[in-house]
Design a protein around this ligand. Structure first.
Ligand SMILES: *Cc1c(COP(=O)(O)O)cnc(C)c1O
Length: 364
């Protein structure tokens, strides 16, 4: 039985997987329609000439911009396509006139490679206070801090790579804007899963995760088009991928974005409830955290290498999950590798039962 009412539709829209795929936070499975649009465009490029084919698809690309912009609450002119989320951030930091030795405040769940980008440019990075060990930003404490000191920018990793905790992005934006601080949101894991209309000045993300578009496409969206997104956009690009990305977003819209988000939250809760404590693995997030990402901390005494081995063992048994190492969230208080379980709408209770049975049998 599918956990989500949309499960059957999601399942029927794509090839049957060879495995139990619980790894959408790495990359979701694209639908037949998305794959069809990508390949159709490649055929058109060959038949008509690649630049002609792109011109003829201008309307579709515009639609993709409009749809994406609506998902983050920006103007379509603010969208720049890039190859990935990280490449979007890099381009932003290259084109944005940040002061030398800028101060950036980040969430405790911040994605490690983003921190590398800040450090490489000599920014001074500070971690915002959290409410508890999950790394959720404490907005009361933040409000206080902002009265005494303002960073040049707040960077919010809306949902991290090492945990399913959803940061209160809209609230952070509200507090930051009150004191004139711009906010950038990394929506790589958030877009498709949670509402990304937060009022943020800049939002970036990727196609392949919760939107189930192709790999190799990402985006940056700015609310202030004087930032010239045209310059930020990569001029040479995987146009077929952008078209496929647009198709994926349209599909999600046809299910109802709000409904998809609700169903994914339900899936997250069901996954955590089913797996918490099984074989002494512990769910890290609150059980009802509104995301479909579950992370499991290993039984006492397990090393990070044991978690990596567990992931490989699961893969050999036909279950795909991620071993999320600590580099993904170096500021987090969770200092161990965790197993990250990230099902999409087609997950069934039997999948979770199979995973639970494997975890139970793993006591080595
Ligand atoms: C995957 C991920 C990224 C990077 O996305 P790419 O498209 O691989 O560059 C950034 N932030 C978070 C939270 C991610 O999970």
């Amino acid at each position: 039985m599918y956990i989500s009412e949309l499960g059957d539709l999601w399942h029927r829209s794509r090839v049957a997987p060879d495995i139990v795929h619980l790894d959408s936070a790495a990359a979701s499975r694209s639908s037949d329609a998305v794959i069809g649009e990508v390949t159709d465009h490649l055929w058109r490029e060959s038949a008509r000439g690649a630049y002609v084919a792109a011109e003829q698809c201008a309307e579709r690309l515009d639609r993709a911009r409009r749809d994406l912009a609506a998902m983050v609450g920006h103007d379509p002119d603010g969208i720049a396509f890039r190859e990935s989320a990280l490449s979007a951030l890099r381009a932003l930091l290259t084109y944005w006139n940040m002061p030398v030795s800028a101060t950036v405040w980040v969430c405790p769940t911040e994605y490690g490679p983003n921190l590398d980008q800040f450090e490489r440019r000599g920014y001074s990075v500070h971690t915002m206070p959290s409410t508890d060990d999950t790394g959720r930003v404490n907005t009361d404490a933040l409000e206080n801090m902002l009265q005494f000191e303002q960073p040049d920018v707040i960077h919010v990793c809306h949902i991290g790579s090492h945990s399913g905790v959803v940061q209160p992005a809209a609230k952070i934006v509200e507090l930051a804007h009150r004191v004139g601080v711009p906010v950038v949101v990394d929506a790589a894991q958030a877009i498709g899963q949670v509402d990304c209309v937060t009022g943020a000045d800049i939002v970036y993300g990727t196609s392949r995760k919760w939107l189930a578009g192709p790999r190799g496409v990402g985006f940056l969206s700015v609310s202030d088009t004087s930032l010239r997104p045209v310059e930020i956009e990569s001029s040479e690009a995987f146009i077929a991928g952008r078209i496929g990305f647009g198709t994926a977003v349209q599909e999600l819209q046809s299910y109802g974005l709000e409904r998809v988000r609700r169903e994914l939250a339900t899936i997250g809760e069901r996954t955590r409830t089913r797996l918490d404590g099984v074989g002494s693995w512990q769910v890290v997030e609150p059980l009802d955290e509104p995301s479909a990402i579950t992370t499991l901390a290993p039984p006492p005494g397990w090393q990070d290498s044991d978690v990596a081995a567990a992931r490989e063992a699961l893969r050999s048994r036909g279950i795909l999950v991620t071993c999320a190492d600590t580099w993904r969230a170096p500021l987090s208080r969770e200092e161990r590798s965790v197993l990250r379980i990230s099902p999409h709408l087609d997950v069934e209770d039997t999948h979770l039962d199979r995973l639970a049975a494997e975890l139970l049998g793993m006591g080595w």
